[in-house]
Design a protein around this ligand. Sequence first.
Ligand code: URA
Length: 198
Amino acid sequence: MDKEEALKKLFQEVVSDKNLPLQEPNLVFGEGNVDAEVMFVGEAPGFHENEEKRPFVGRGGQLLNRNIEKIGWRREDVYITNIVKRRPPDNRDPLPEEIEAYKPYLTKQIEIINPLVVATLGRFSMNYFLPGAKITRDQGKVFRVGGRFIVPILHPAAALRATGMLEAFEEVFQKLPRIVSRCKKELAKTENESTTAN
Ligand code: URA
């Protein structure tokens, strides 16, 4: 099965899972290049995302798009999704049980796409991958988890709330291309070492 097919199958599995919380809102599964090296993971869809059934299409999404373009990438080249794939009522934070319930689907989605770097957008997504991390301390740092690298970034909505936050958000974005090349080198190095050891 190729990646497109595997993702379609996963989409159907989410649709037919009637035990998932938040059954009422639309499903916002995620979109982008199935072979992306970088996957952005936010927390949950908001009003506009629910309307369009696409992740990050509101004001936060526009900030994300601008920053992707500023570093010479295109939105179509990366993959964008959320931990929780349906909008919590009144845009409240996702509940721990909602995060837990959607977890198997995000895990599978990551396995299928197999990105080198997961750039987390906001505290919920960061703590999903790095339970002990703190956003102010750890944004822009690179954490290796198995064969993948996690880079915490502020949530675009938080970046839009204050100038200092916007600067911090954009600063991490500027570092992303170099982070990706560094991660590639590091992964190649460890893969070589394990081949030599065998
Ligand atoms: N906030 C998120 O975390 N995800 C979206 O898709 C939109 C806003």
